[in-house]
Design a protein around this ligand. Structure first.
Ligand code: HEC
Length: 196
């Protein structure tokens, strides 16, 4: 056997060994695999599910621990939001986040997150999962509470000294809470004659 042949042979053997190792690993997997048919994937860990499972319901269930004041929120806003949403959230390159009261029934409604959205808890959920636009996930839960508090106070919905937590945020009554009607189609669960 020439040196080249020997090299080839040993590479081939290594390759086969590697393939065997992969086959062995795969044959050990199906018990936990997501796709037993194809033998790929695995069940997610508890931590992985927790990292994805961040939805917050309108009633506040799912809100994490933490707290934030209006003053702390002003600092978070200036550092992380102002460049896009403008000074005092009145709008810049991106949408205004506050204001618009009294415009909703007009021909030119200004639908802002505090003036239009029915639940303050949605503002927490959205900010935590999607903002700042280029670095979502960068804020701590307390910083999210704080910046939400700042926006709500800017719009006069909560007091300047209010502190937002999992207990206080769901109690905030948004100005347009009653401005929505329920989907009237029976398929959406509505009963006859019901409109809210
Ligand atoms: C780099 C620019 C940028 C920064 C910084 C940024 N945003 Fe945004 N924001 C956007 C864009 C773009 C949208 C629209 C996204 C879409 O519609 O998918 C948006 C949408 C929003 C909305 C929804 C507005 C609506 O009426 O639908 C909220 C609330 C919001 N941002 C809050 C924040 C907060 C709070 C911060 C700071 C923590 C922040 N944003 C930082 C670009 C930015």
């Amino acid at each position: 056997m020439s040196r080249r042949e020997r090299l080839f042979w040993s590479r081939g053997r290594t390759g086969r060994l590697a393939a065997f190792a992969v086959a062995l690993t795969l044959s050990a997997l199906p018990a936990t695999a997501q796709s037993p048919k194809h033998g790929v994937g695995r069940a997610p860990t508890v931590e992985e599910i927790k990292a994805w499972d961040i939805s917050i319901a309108p009633d506040g269930s799912g809100l994490p621990a933490g707290q934030g004041s209006v003053q702390e929120g002003a600092k978070v806003y200036q550092a992380r939001c102002q460049e896009c949403h403008g000074a005092e959230a009145k709008g810049g390159d991106e949408a205004a986040l506050v204001g618009g009261h009294g415009t909703l029934a007009s021909a030119k409604p200004l639908k802002t997150s505090t003036g239009y959205w029915p639940y303050a808890t949605t503002l927490f959920d959205y900010t935590r999962r999607a903002m700042p636009f280029k670095d979502p996930g960068i804020l701590s839960d307390s910083q999210v509470y704080a910046v939400v508090a700042y926006l709500l106070a800017l719009d006069g919905i909560i007091a300047e000294d209010a502190v937002m937590t999992a207990a206080t945020l769901p109690k905030v009554k948004m100005p347009n809470r009653d401005g929505f009607v329920r989907d009237p189609r029976p398929a959406a669960g509505a009963k006859a004659g019901e409109n809210r």
